[in-house]
Design a protein. Structure first.
Length: 359
């Protein structure tokens, strides 16, 4: 896979939305390492402590544009002037709890923002691969314990999940209306969407996310508070879905009509873990295994208790599979936060090189 990715992205132009975020900063480093020229388009980092600035992200970009995805005119101008070979749309309001507080903004950013990216791609006068990143939460979840497949019904209880399901519908609409695979020779655009689960990894400082909450509690010598200890999630290291996105985009360059569809990227079916177990494994690495408390208050907003993905399609069509089991992913994440002497960029690059060299 590594040779394929280097051959695909070396010297190519990649337009990356959300490059200042957690996943975006990891993706930026990988693309830079593969030899791509990256133009980022994103809001400024929200936190005073963030991965993008820790890795000196501006130095890794061909250009870094700090702008709002809701500004279609700015987005179109930046994309058309750059004339990318690839578009990776990662920018999002990605927090479930915040979506209850800011539902309108969540729908505008996640749904209309995706439409803006696709509309901007219509102005490109060259072939381009576009990958719209959504989430495993796009499915109508009756919590029956059956892993979701790509053709399952879309839905969403909370505004975040619903906004991402709507983004999938927007993507499919643009694909049928303007980028139909059967008319690829006319428009030259191959559009896919990618659905991945709860990612963990070093450098995540977001609010209301499990690993950042644990790290914050450790730094403050406090107990971790768990809202939904029995909730099962398809936890995976951030490098797992990112490798899937890159592989899918590479395959789309050679089979643009075949791969213009949706793909799940999740862990093995028997590797999902509940929140409490992940917390204990992570805390164990710091000698604090039982330093957590459970607060299952009725006042907590609704979040799905059970969420599983079926990634057979990615295995069959892309030859992608997860490489790190949950315990290894947790260990890599704990090691990243525990190492206080190595720079953030060096810690990330060490794990990137380790992961991709073993593919």
């Amino acid at each position: 896979m590594l040779n394929l990715l280097k051959e695909t992205f070396r010297g190519k132009r990649v337009f990356l939305t959300g490059h200042t975020g957690f996943k975006g900063a990891w993706m930026l480093q990988i693309l830079n390492w593969l030899g791509a020229d990256v133009k980022g388009f994103s809001l400024a980092p929200e936190k005073s402590k963030d991965l993008y600035n820790q890795i000196k992200g501006d130095d890794l970009c061909y250009a870094s544009v700090i702008a709002d995805l809701k500004d279609l005119h700015a987005l179109q101008g930046e994309m058309i002037r750059f004339a990318p070979d690839f578009v990776f749309h990662l920018a999002a309001q990605s927090l479930v709890r915040r979506s209850y507080e800011e539902p309108i903004d969540t729908f505008v950013v996640n749904t209309i923002g995706t439409a803006h990216v696709l509309q901007a791609m219509r102005g490109l006068e060259k072939p381009c691969v576009g990958l719209m990143i959504t989430t495993d939460k796009v499915y109508e979840n009756a919590e029956r314990g059956i892993p979701f497949r790509e053709e399952d019904k879309l839905g969403g209880y909370d505004p975040y999940s619903a906004s991402k399901a709507a983004a999938e519908i927007v993507t499919e609409s643009f694909r049928r209306s303007f980028f139909h695979p059967e008319k690829y020779e006319a428009h030259g655009k191959s559009i896919a969407s990618a659905r991945a689960g709860n990612v963990i990894g070093g450098g995540d400082y977001s609010d209301d996310r499990l690993i950042p909450d644990i790290v914050k509690a450790l730094e403050n010598e406090e107990h971790v508070i768990l809202r939904n200890p029995k909730s099962v999630r398809p936890w995976q290291h951030v490098l797992e879905p990112l490798s899937g996105y890159l592989l899918l985009a590479a395959k789309m360059t050679t089979a643009p009509m075949q791969h213009a569809t949706a793909y799940n990227f999740g862990p093995e079916a028997d590797d999902e873990k509940p929140v409490e177990e992940l917390t204990r494994i992570f805390l164990r690495a710091f000698g604090r295994e039982n330093h957590y408390e459970i607060n299952e208050s009725d006042a907590n907003p609704h979040e799905a208790k059970l969420l599983l993905l079926d990634s057979e399609k990615a295995r069959r069509e892309l030859n992608w599979r997860p490489r790190l089991n949950a315990e290894t992913a947790i260990a890599w994440t704990a090691d990243w936060y525990a190492d206080k002497t190595t720079s953030a960029q060096d810690k990330c690059m060490r794990q990137i090189e380790n992961y991709f060299s073993n593919l």
